[in-house]
Structure formats: C-alpha cells, structure tokens
Design a protein around this ligand. Sequence first.
Ligand code: ARG
Length: 396
Amino acid sequence: MSRLWEKGLPLDERVLRFTAGEDHVLDARLVSYDVRASIAHAEMLAAQKLLSDEDCAAIRDGLTELEQSFNAGDWQITLENEDVHTALETRLTQKIGDAGGRLHLGRSRNDQVLTALRLYLRDAATDLSTRVSGLRQSTVAIADRQGDVVLPGYTHMQHAMPSTVALWCGGFDEAFADAMAGLKAAGRRIDKNPLGSAAGYGTPGLPLAREHTTRALEFATTQSPVTAAQLSRGKAESGLIFEITLLLQDVGRLAADLLLFYTQEFAFITLAANTTTGSSIMPQKRNPDVLELLRSSSATAQACLDESLMITAKLPSGYQRDLQRLKAPLFRAIDLAVDSVDIMAYVLDGIRFVPENIHLDEGIFATAEAYQLVADEGMPFRDAYRRIARRYAKKN
Ligand code: ARG
C-alpha cells in the first residue's frame, strides 16, 4: 500500500497524478523538517506514555537514517507516495516495523505539513537575511572604493541636486537593512506551533502535550485554538513573499539605475567583463543581461504573492486541498530571491564608476545658491528662489 489512507479501494491513476501534483518533487526540501517535527512528536508521545521508549528510539534512529540516506541521494519521494509525509512513514515502517505505524497517533498530515513548512520558512528567512547582509557589504564596498565620486541626483530623470556615489549607495544599503528587518518581522506568523492541531480539530480523548513539541521545535508559542492552525496556512507564506517582493523591488531599482549608468550615453560605470553577456550577431556587444533579469525579479515575486493570496482568499475554514498549491509560489519566490540577491552582490563587486564621464548640469547647484542667499542676506527662501530662478530661466 503506497498511501497512508488506502483502504483497499483502487485509485484512478489520473486522480493520483492530479491530486499529488508537484508535491513529490517540491516536498524534497521538506524532508529534514518533517523528520525533525516527527522526532519531536514521537518524543512527546513517549513523554505522555503514548509510545514506549524503545519504539521512540527506533523511530528517532530510523528517521535520522532516512534523512541521511535521502540527502545521500539513495531514495526519492515518488508520485505513488503522494508527498513527503507518506514517503517517510512508509519507509520508516518498512525499516522498523510496527513502531513506524505508531508514529501517526495524534497527528494528521494537515498539521504535519504546516509544521514542516514553518520550520523550513524559519530557516529560509534567516538564510535570505544573511545573503541580504552580504549584498549590503557589496553595496557599502562601492562607497568605500569610490564614495567621493560626484553623481547627479535625479528627480523626474532630470539633474536635480548634486549627489555622490556614497550617498547613492547609502540609500540602497538602508533599503536592504529595512528588508532584513522585514524578513525578521515575517517571523511573527512563522513562529507558532501548529503540531497537535491534527486535522484541524485536535485529538479528543488523547492526552497530547503540545507545549512539549513547541519547546522541542523552538517555536515561540503553541497555536491555539486548534481551529486557528488551518486558518493561518498561507499567511506566513504570503507575509514572507511580501517582504521578498519589496526586497526585489529595491534590487530591481538598483539594477535600473545601473542599466542607465551603463548605457553608452551615460557611461558612468563599467561592468566586470565576466558579468556581461554577448550577442550572436553583433561582435562588439557586451550586454548587461543580469541587471535586466534582476529588474524583472520583483515581477515574478509579486506574481507569486498574488498566487499565494488568491489561493487562500475565499476558502472556508478548515483544511482544503487548495492549500497544497501554496508551496509552488512560495518556493519559487524564495529561490528567486536567493539567486537575485547573490548575483546582484557579485555584479556590484565588479562595478567601477568612471568620474571623467560624469558631468553635472550647471543648474544642479541652483538650490544651494538659493540657500546661500538666505544665509548671506537673510532673504526669505521664496525670494531667493525667484532670484535664482530668473537666472536659469534664460538658460533653459
Ligand atoms: N500535500 C498536502 C498539502 O500540502 C499534505 C496534506 C494532505 N492532507 C490531506 N488531507 N489530503 O496540503
């Protein structure tokens, strides 16, 4: 019997294929998290005298070995299994016999998947945050190398006020610091333990100790009442994808600036040769494809956010299979964010500003001149503004 719920009735192959969807592929990244949650669950059962210590030890060792052999590439989750939860329990029972069949007491795949996803999300948010910190280092390194280089500050894409490379970098560095704070804030919805809510209505008559797994899995709180657990699925996901979308918008705006700076007309920067691509027809070309793709990353992230929000939007309470489809946009957004942040840091390390090519429009100092009049003559700012404006009116 391949599936946990099989009762001897045949399942149409097409129904299996449609309902399991991509799970057997996507769930690969949940294996170690499902193992960790399952061990915590078994230890809680043992502490509650619902499982013998010997069975608990066999489960712990069996799952640990399965995790290792999975990571070594010795087995995969198959379509027949449906998902990671079934694959692990089936293999565990083949390995250790009856004890494997005792593990599922007091839980359901509905709270299992929530738990595994939250453990995964916690690591993913921390990992992404570390990578954003690396991106900040690359941003600050530009300022360290060439911070004094003067840049035009633009509004409406017109020279507005004088700026510098340091000031330009500083803005993005602060935006990325905000992104790190946002990723941390996404932890609020991630940090609640759904394990023990089972199918969504608890385990009547069974003396579980949910606080036990909350502590073991290092969650901040136990999610309760049990009916809150399934209502929350998708929200931690959407919260994290939202933060990713904002982060990738800043990455994209940085890319948009650099694309402008790299045009022949601007020529404010050079890019490292190994970060540009070529053309199949024009021999002279060195194209900034990486930056163009980075500019588009937030579009994909936002589509993932939309997909995630739309899946949960009109569901009634309780577990619904629709929720399974949250995984694809979640993983897609996280993978894209990781790749985008890392490659942006790499491209930034190869950027050099070319001061000789950067010229400031004379009018860029107009505001400073008006301020000078205020300081020197005590003139109201509006009068100083008009006097300077008259001078530039002739020139424009
Ligand atoms: N793959 C499923 C999901 O992600 C796991 C839970 C399945 N539960 C069920 N009752 N069919 O939602």
